[in-house]
Design a protein around this ligand. Structure first.
Ligand SMILES: [Mn+2]
Length: 395
């Protein structure tokens, strides 16, 4: 049996106002094509089909077209909701999607049968324990939080998830190919570099361990982390990653889908199928007083670029942004970076500096009192992180 695993489409994604949906649609067409040419018996989609809970019509068209293509090719699929998806919206169309052969599990259930999907293929029976994204907030009641430290909170999340995984594993069938699929962060996962400080995010993130996975699973299909990677070989566990480079942190990253070759009762084999759709993302660093020369590398660049301008003390940066954008059509973002002592180089108040919240805070502190003490910066980051988590701005 051949099972194609993909995830993290993020249809509807915009990057600094630039709509990525056409590229995502093209990548989905590429994947449907691979499913046919690689003779996949089934396709697994491990969450984050959409970038937001209220996707654009174009985003919906791209995703629904994908499932229609699979249907035309006679390839069934199993789908879970990710943290970016609206679980209730996906649930509301799950009945319709069943008609094109897509078995959707949008919400976790106390009844394990509701989270199992069975696919009878020409090459045997596939059983998938499908656990959609489960927010830590939903798992741990708010009332409990006030009396628990963060470590206990994380432990509780792990135990709760482990219970779900154990129950799903108990539904596996002898004589069938058994797999798990979930949308979560695992210990040891390597994240893409990011515009935001994802390393910090991960340290404070709720994580699972591959040792918590049912040994009966012949393959564990993961979604959530955008950098494709294999996490463990027993059980065989992997992220397929996002299908295009979604933000500048993923710039230059090779994207892929995973093809799993497996028969009942035997170890599975994982094959990487590279994807070629989607624009390349690139970040270029230049100095404010000498930006023209360095930007030469963007000549003929057909991807999307971000330019980081390092501003020296006393250098005027007013107008640079407009000049760069006018000169290079691939540039969709220009950021100004002030190093210690350069706070005054930032644009006059009221203008969009292009700095992250943390950079703005550092610049502000610098202009008032000097270098930010590390503990204070740490506290600021943590607050910012909690605000973003509360908004659901995860990975
Ligand atoms: Mn994602």
């Amino acid at each position: 049996m051949r099972v194609l695993h993909t995830a993290d489409f993020h249809a509807g994604k915009t990057l600094r106002g630039y709509d990525r949906t056409p590229e995502i649609r093209e990548a989905l067409q590429e994947i449907a094509g691979l499913a046919r040419t690689e003779k996949a018996d089934a396709v697994l989609v491990a969450g984050d089909l959409f970038d937001g809970v209220n996707p654009s019509a174009e985003a919906e068209a791209a995703v629904f077209e994908f499932f229609l293509r699979l249907k035309e090719q006679g390839i069934p699929s199993v789908v879970i909701a990710g943290n970016h998806d609206s679980a209730s919206r996906l649930h509301s169309i799950s009945g319709l999607l069943t008609w094109v052969g897509a078995g959707v599990v949008a919400q976790p259930s106390s009844d394990p049968g509701q989270m199992m999907r069975h696919v009878d293929t020409a090459n045997g029976r596939l059983v998938v324990g499908a656990l959609p994204y489960l927010s830590e907030r939903r798992l741990i009641k708010a009332a409990e939080l006030q009396h628990m430290d963060v470590g206990a909170w994380r432990q509780k999340y792990r135990e709760g998830m482990e219970q779900f995984l154990r129950v799903l594993g108990s539904q596996f069938e002898a004589g069938a190919v058994n797999m798990l699929m979930l949308h979560a962060t695992f210990d040891g996962a390597v994240v893409s570099g990011s515009e935001r400080d994802v390393r910090f995010d991960l340290e404070h993130h709720y994580t699972l361990n591959t040792q918590q996975l049912s040994p009966g699973a012949q393959y564990v299909a993961l979604g959530h982390i955008h950098k494709p990677q294999q996490l463990s070989s027993a059980p065989l566990t992997a992220y397929s990653g996002s299908i295009i480079q979604l933000d500048f942190g993923e710039g230059g990253e090779k994207k892929q889908v995973n093809l799993v070759e497996v028969v009942a009762g035997r170890p599975a084999q994982l094959h990487v199928l590279p994807l070629v759709s989607g624009k390349e993302l690139r970040t270029v660093q230049v100095d404010a007083d000498n930006w023209q020369g360095k930007l030469g590398e963007l000549q003929g660049f057909t991807g999307l670029a971000k330019v980081v301008v390092r501003a020296q003390m006393g250098t005027s940066v007013v107008g640079i942004k407009d000049q760069i954008v006018a000169a290079y059509s691939s540039v969709i973002a220009v950021e100004l970076q002030a190093t210690a002592g350069d706070a005054q180089a930032i644009l006059p108040p009221g203008q969009d500096s292009g700095l992250s919240l943390e950079e703005q805070y550092r610049a502000y502190y610098l202009s008032k009192r000097g270098e930010v003490p590390p503990e204070l910066l740490e506290a600021f980051r943590r607050t910012d992180l909690h605000v973003r988590q509360a908004r659901g701005e995860n990975l």
